[in-house]
Design a binder for this molecule. Structure first.
Ligand SMILES: Nc1nc2c(c(=O)[nH]1)N[C@H]1C(S)=C(S)[C@@H](COP(=O)(O)OP(=O)(O)OC[C@H]3O[C@@H](n4cnc5c(=O)[nH]c(N)nc54)[C@H](O)[C@@H]3O)O[C@H]1N2
Ligand SMILES: Nc1nc2c(c(=O)[nH]1)N[C@H]1C(S)=C(S)[C@@H](COP(=O)(O)OP(=O)(O)OC[C@H]3O[C@@H](n4cnc5c(=O)[nH]c(N)nc54)[C@H](O)[C@@H]3O)O[C@H]1N2
Ligand code: SF4
Ligand SMILES: [Mo]
Length: 791
């Protein structure tokens, strides 16, 4: 190493101890020039014979892409990334984030060696150690904590992007695992009860939408808080196909986004008011009489009788024999053959008055008229009425909701419930071109269809029993945190969370890059990227109708180990290695052979090897039309629009409730703080990808009027603050941000802020109703008010 630059500019900047010498001792000498980004990126010297080979790997799942990439390696260096030509047409994709890996894999922010903390927690001062030393430290601490406090005193967390790679880790450690993670579940909380509680959070298709390619059959598309051009990049071509086929689209967003620019209309609105928008639309549809009566009668529980005394549904005898009013005005069982149930009406049974759920909806709707909705949302009343008419009378129609906008408010479930009802009363379910859900973000099934490697029965996690982000505020027995990714993404009011983290006995952080929370760790483990592997096959994945395989493109860089190998080292250190497969290839073979899904049954590793590492699902050509049999998965088979379980919260039918951070005129913190997805990142990933980073800066984007009122100009350093904390960055004037709202790209690393982290000001509250919802409470990261001043 001597004579070369310090291995990592990034390390020095953070105050890492210089590791020159130690690095040589770790066996990097053979790779000399290649331990620096400059070394890796130096123009290849012209030699007479250059060795070139091609290998395939998969990329991201969290962007919904699961693209399989063709990688060319020349003289040991990754030099070209192309779409894999063996993938089906339409799935041969590659975006700039994929392309940038040629540089990003060799980023100065790579964690190169295991490291041990030498400074204060949070200071980011480390020294390099060997894997052997790292595993000694790991085993010593974990065994001590196990002995003194029990296995559940250890919590381990793996984020979306790598949870499949270290699938056995948490069970193997019999540790505590968070069961409520509060992300991407807000609208789903309101939609699932409609289908009797069935469905999975990460999947827009089961939220009640058809597969994304079906959009071409849609005549009207309402998009509510979804920036699909950036956040659904791999699927957004379906939007343009639909537009070419004549679809009309309306975007509701407080910000003029790239997606708003592609829609036929952008309707700006106040954030946190999605339920009011849907309630207003429902009211207009009812008022206009633009409902699908037959659909409501046959496929929803709107004709069911509701007690006017206590709101319970009428049941005859045991079970679910709900009552309806027949044409004869008398009580009938809802499922009586040949019956035409009344949508509206009242009846007295045994001295109790009952009303149909539909009559109740209509009664409620009176107070939620367009004028009311306009007051709350800031959308002109006639626009709400116009959109309602278009949606109801120019179908088939789709409602696409984001995961990131209104989803992150305490009233998101109410919005989901109301969106479902809007689709139900207009019959926009079950047919081509219809649906409601995260249509772009859940465009295809992104769920993991693979079988799981079996561990002994006593190896299983213990559920935390309360939201993970509530740990800093609750009594708990956690003594060690193993984080396989960045905690900054999962802990609102991050500063407070990190203060709690500092009180623990032992903190381990494993990642490919030097993510923000690593500075708090006692022990850091360097993980190899998906381009690197120590065996020929590194794993398989399923998403977006493809099984994809990871081949070795490069040997693990620096001293990094693959997720699989790092997990194995941990098992070995604790004497548990016998429960794991010996190689990643063995695991991949098992996972394929033991799938429970007919969609990939029979696909083998050999098939993948023969086909450049990619095989499409068995049902590839078949488009998925959710509920095409009009069986909605509930016990009655209907859309169960009336939520009896929510009676105690007054939400059997959707009732307006403001966001948690009540927006008051002249309040202490007047600005709504939104964090959005960006084409430049995938969460905290690619922040350090220089080929992308050159195109943007970390700015707080504000409406010029709000800047002027605070004496701010573009480029000024500002402090963004509220009662939870503060952070700093530059301000940028942007007229496309609604006045009273400020916006920033979420996921940004602390090192790119002038101080603090944007997560310091997000809302850590846990709402009461949240605990009663299907997926638990939501992290209120957009349900946040701040003030901004010159720093
Ligand atoms: N304030 C605020 N916070 C948010 C959001 C918001 O809008 N506002 N959005 C939320 C949302 S929607 C989500 S889904 C979460 C996402 O948050 P995460 O689940 O944390 O994000 P991921 O992108 O899945 O995981 C990224 C981590 O995996 C690492 N990584 C990538 N590839 C590999 C690999 O092969 N092996 C290993 N070991 N690591 C790898 C990356 O370096 C990175 O640290 O963030 C949430 N946090
Ligand atoms: N490039 C890229 N793609 C991604 C990701 C990524 O990090 N990068 N992350 C993936 C993941 S895990 C997720 S969850 C999805 C999220 O995908 P999206 O849901 O599209 O994400 P956001 O950008 O957070 O929010 C969308 C829009 O909601 C608006 N908004 C904010 N508050 C409100 C509100 O109260 N009402 C309404 N109507 N609109 C509001 C914002 O201005 C924003 O334009 O993206 C996925 N795709
Ligand atoms: S970031 Fe997503 S869309 Fe881009 S290449 Fe990777 S997997 Fe594909
Ligand atoms: Mo997400």
């Amino acid at each position: 190493m001597s004579g070369k630059k310090s291995p990592q500019g990034g390390l020095t900047r953070r105050g890492f101890l210089k590791t020159t010498g130690a690095v040589g001792a770790l066996g990097l000498a053979g790779a000399v020039g290649m331990t620096t980004a400059e070394g890796w990126l130096a123009p290849a010297e012209a030699t007479e014979v250059s060795e070139e080979r091609v290998a395939y790997t998969y990329h991201q799942t969290h962007c919904r892409g699961n693209c399989t990439l063709k990688c060319t390696v020349r003289d040991g260096r990754l030099c070209l990334i192309e779409p894999n030509e063996a993938a089906e047409a339409g799935f041969r994709k590659l975006c700039v984030k994929g392309l940038s890996e040629i540089q990003h894999v060799y980023s100065t922010e790579r964690v190169q060696t295991p490291m041990k903390r030498v400074g204060e927690r949070g200071s980011g001062e480390f020294i390099s150690i060997t894997w052997e030393e790292a595993m000694e430290i790991f085993a010593e601490n974990i065994k001590r904590i196990w002995a003194e406090h029990g296995k559940d005193a250890v919590i381990a967390w793996t984020p979306g992007e790598n949870s499949q790679e270290v699938a056995e880790l948490r069970n193997m450690l019999s540790c505590t695992a968070g069961n409520w993670n509060g992300i991407d579940i807000g609208y789903a909380n309101g939609l699932y009860p409609l289908y009797g509680g069935s469905g999975s959070a990460a999947n827009g298709v089961t939220m009640g939408g058809n597969e994304i390619t079906d959009l071409v059959n849609t005549k009207t598309l309402l998009v509510v808080g979804s920036n699909f051009v950036e956040s659904g990049l791999p699927h957004c071509s379906s939007f343009f196909d639909a537009q070419d086929a004549g679809m009309y689209s309306v975007m509701f967003d407080p910000i003029f986004t790239p997606s708003a620019g592609k829609c036929d209309e952008w309707v700006p609105m106040e954030s946190g008011t999605d339920p009011a928008l849907f309630l207003g639309l429902i009211s207009c549809v009812l008022d206009g009489g633009w409902i699908d009566e037959d659909f409501i009668r046959q496929h929803t529980t709107f004709p069911f009788l509701v007690s006017m005394a206590d709101g319970s549904l009428y049941r005859k005898g045991e079970g679910d024999t709900y009552g309806v009013i027949g044409e004869d005005g008398a009580l009938h069982a809802f499922d009586e053959a040949g019956l035409t149930a009344s949508l509206e009406g009242e009846i007295e049974i045994d001295g109790v008055k009952y009303q149909t759920a539909f009559s109740q909806l209509k009664a409620n709707a009176v107070k939620y008229d367009a004028a009311w909705a306009s007051e709350v949302t800031g959308i002109p009343a006639d626009k709400i009425a116009e959109v309602a008419k278009r949606y109801a009378t120019n179908g088939p129609a789709v409602i696409d909701v984001g995961y990131g906008g209104g989803d992150r408010f305490q009233n998101a479930d109410i919005a989901g419930h109301a969106a479902g009802i809007l689709a139900a009363i207009t019959g926009n379910f079950g047919l081509p071109g219809t649906g409601v859900g995260t249509i772009f973000n859940g465009g295809y099934d992104i769920g993991n269809l693979l079988g799981s490697w079996p561990l002994p029965a006593d190896m299983k996690t213990k559920k935390l029993g309360f939201p993970t982000w509530d740990l800093p505020y609750r009594e708990n027995n956690i003594k060690a945190f193993i984080t396989w990714g960045d905690l900054q993404q999962r802990f609102p009011a991050l500063d407070t969370a990190m203060e709690w983290l500092k009180t623990l006995d032992f903190i381990v952080a494993a990642d490919v890059y030097h993510i923000s929370c690593m500075d708090y760790a006692d022990l850091v483990l360097p993980i190899a990227s998906r381009f690197e592997c120590d065996e020929e096959i590194g794993g398989v994945r399923t998403a977006r109708k493809h099984v994809a395989m990871r081949q070795k493109v490069l040997d693990p860089l620096f001293e990094s180990k693959t997720d699989f190998a790092a997990q194995y080292e941990i098992a070995k250190a604790l004497g548990l290695e016998d429960v794991l497969p010996k190689t990643a290839e063995e695991r991949a073979e098992y996972q394929l052979a033991n799938t429970k899904s007919a969609r990939i049954k029979g696909i083998t590793l050999d098939d993948l090897k023969k086909n450049n590492g990619v095989v499409s699902y068995n049902d590839f050509g078949e488009e998925k039309h959710t509920f095409s049999d009009f069986n909605f998965g509930s016990s009655t088979g209907r859309l169960e629009v009336y939520y009896e379980k929510m009676l105690e919260f007054g939400q059997a039918l959707p009732v307006w409730e403001p966001p948690h951070q009540v927006y008051e005129e002249g309040g202490k913190y007047p600005l709504r703080f939104l964090q959005v997805k960006t084409r430049y990142h995938i969460h905290d990933q690619f922040c350090d990808a220089e080929w992308i980073r050159q195109f943007y800066e970390t700015n707080l984007e504000m409406n010029p009027a709000d800047m002027e009122a605070r004496g701010l100009e573009t480029g000024d350093e500002v402090e963004i603050f509220n009662d939870w904390g503060s952070f700093g960055c530059k301000a940028l004037a942007n007229e496309s941000v609604r006045p009273g709202t400020v916006k920033i790209y979420q996921g940004e690393w602390t090192k790119y802020m002038s101080f603090g982290n944007l997560q310091n000001v997000t809302n850590p509250a846990v709402t009461e109703r949240g605990k009663a919802l299907a997926n638990g409470p939501v992290i209120l990261s957009n349900d946040v008010l701040v003030e901004v001043k010159k720093a």
